[in-house]
Every structure is written in C-alpha cells, then in structure tokens.
Ligand binder design. Structure first.
Ligand code: UDP
Length: 316
C-alpha cells in the first residue's frame, strides 16, 4: 500500500505568513488543512490552492473547539491579528486566539500525537532593554497598555505550549518572529511596510511616527518561511528560537529607502509615536544559526523591490 502523505494543520492559513506556509507544505508533497476565521486573513491568499486535492480550507475560529477528522502529523498555530492596528481593532479576539486558541491547537496536537509549532513574536520582548534580543531575555512588556493584548496573549501561548510539552510530552517548537514583510501583506493593516508602500504608490506623504529614530530589522518572507520549515523538522531545541533578519534600520532610513526604490516624490511627515512603541528591535539569531544552520539571505533592498512590484501589480 502506498505510504500516506503527511498532513499538516495551519491555523491562520489564509493570512500573510500562514498562506506562504500552506504553499510550502503543498510544494513539499504534504496535505494541508487551512483554518482561518478571516477576520484579518483573506481567501485571496489561498485562492490558487482551492482546486488542489491536497488542500482543505475550513472557516473556523480556533478560539472555539477544533474538530479535525483523520490523522494529523503537524499543527502550526499562526492565527492572530498581527499588526498593532489590527490588534487594537480586535483586542478581545487577539487575547482569545493567543490564549484559548493556543490551548485548543496544542490540545489538537496532543490528541493527534502531532508535532506542534507555535508562532510567537518579538513582542514577547516588549520595549526591550537588552539589545539585540536573545531568547534568554525575559522582556520589558507593559501588560495593561494597548499592545498588551497581543504581547501577553503570546507570552501565555509560550507558557502553555511549554507546559503541554513538560506535562503531556507534546513535541513542540516555538518560533519568535521578528518584523517580516513581503507579498500578501494586507495593504491596510497599518504596519510600516504596507503603509509606506501604499503612501508612495499614491503620492501621499510618508507618515513617520515619532522622530523616526526607533529601529526595526526587516526579514523577507521567503527567509522566514525557510527558517520556520527548518525549525519544524529540526531536533527539539527545547526553547523558543528567534527568526528574523539582524540588519537594523531606523524607520527614517526605511522611509527613505521606500522613496528611493519606488521613485515616488512623496514628502515625509512626522506623526505622534504610538503608546509603548518599542524603541529598538533586532534579533540575536545565534540559536537559529547553530541549530538550524539558518541565516537570512535576502537583502532589504531586494526584498523591498519585489514587495513594491507585487503591491503595484496586485493592489489598487
Ligand atoms: N511606523 C511609522 N509609520 C507608519 C507605520 C509604522 O513610523 O505609518 C513605525 C511604528 O511606529 C514602529 C515601526 O514603524 O516604530 C514599525 O511599526 P509596525 O506597525 O510595522 O510594527 P511593530 O514593529 O511596531 O510591531
């Protein structure tokens, strides 16, 4: 009898990163069950997979009980609003998907004896006092500020994931994702990459928040997906792993790069800095290098050019 194809459940599978993961698993010859309630994800992101017999889409809120028939080998929990604007718009669903949604998805992995991978975040580190951020840093998070709904939900998610590992012996992986960009980001999600590209495309002023000296380190989606893929199939590392690009830019430098690559003549205007906006962010990727032999390959100029081209072609 032919060997059964491996089967993976991806929550948030119609989102930016979730949909790229679905593509990767299909390409690797696996079966994919994509779960999404579409509050921030979009069916457009998985439309090209809809006729594939190895791809199933279920519209479902994973904060509620999940029932999947048949075998499951891997569960990846990527469902959550992920931009500050979105999680401020949906504070309760953000808290629920990080807490109840993680409970349900890690429970599904336990039931199916599947390997579990949690999408965590650099927001775990809050407005970090240690720089660059290593996985051993416990962070500097305001639990009751507007970003707390995301940060604390993800901190809880990491805690319950490791509790299921220790208590129930579920085989787990945790990736802490740093700022990532690329095709299929929602142009309206309010994050700096789509915002600046949209503004440049429409000859509007680029809105730099604060003085623009805060830093971020941007990773192209293809590098990130490769890192996650390697983590999923790696030997257990026993702790969260940062995946991101360690090349750091100020937001003002980033705005100037968007203007240069897009050829836009837009001005730069300054707007108030959002509450608890982290002043600096850059991953230490020593663990990913050591355990996954992973480093990002795509330079910001190249990834950004591809992203601008994609937005120009696909988004009005
Ligand atoms: N930002 C900005 N202008 C915008 C959108 C964002 O200056 O139109 C800044 C924001 O204040 C933050 C950085 O860009 O310092 C990255 O913001 P983003 O929302 O992309 O994600 P974050 O890294 O804060 O989660």
């Amino acid at each position: 009898m032919a060997k059964r194809k491996r089967r993976v459940v991806v929550t948030g599978g119609a989102g930016f990163l979730g949909s790229h993961l679905c593509d990767r698993f299909i390409k690797e010859g696996m079966k994919v069950v994509c779960l999404d309630n579409l509050i921030t994800g979009s069916l457009k992101n998985v439309k090209h997979l809809s006729k594939n017999k190895d791809f199933d889409f279920l519209k479902h809120d994973v904060s509620k009980e999940i029932k999947i028939k048949g075998p499951v080998d891997y569960v990846l929990h990527f469902a959550s609003p992920a931009s500050p604007v979105d999680y401020l718009k949906h504070p309760i669903p953000t808290l629920k998907v990080g807490s109840l949604g993680t409970h349900n998805t890690v429970g599904l992995a336990k039931l199916k004896k599947a390997r579990y991978l949690l999408a965590s975040t650099s927001e775990i580190y809050g407005d970090p006092l240690e720089h660059p951020q290593k996985e051993t840093y416990w962070g500097h998070v305001n639990p009751i500020g507007p970003r707390g709904v995301y940060d604390e939900a993800k901190r809880f998610a990491e805690a319950i994931t490791l509790a299921y590992h220790r208590y129930h012996k579920v085989d787990v992986r945790i990736v802490r994702i740093f700022n990532t960009y690329g095709p299929r980001m929602n142009i309206k999600d309010g994050r700096v990459v789509p915002n600046f590209i949209y503004q440049a495309m429409h000859n509007k002023s680029l809105t730099v928040y604060g003085n623009g000296r805060q830093t971020r380190s941007f990773c192209y989606y293809s590098d990130l997906i490769e890192g996650i893929y390697r983590l999923l199939f790696s030997k257990a590392v026993g702790q969260p792993v940062n995946i991101g690009n360690p090349t750091e830019f100020t937001i003002l430098q980033f705005a100037k790069l968007v203007l240069k690559l897009s050829g836009a003549k837009s001005k730069i205007v300054y707007k108030p800095l959002p509450i608890d906006d982290p002043r600096q962010r850059r991953p230490n990727i020593g663990l990913a290098k050591k355990y996954l032999d992973w480093t990002p390959k795509v330079k910001l100029e190249d990834g950004l050019q591809e992203t601008i081209d994609w937005f120009q072609k696909n988004v009005k």
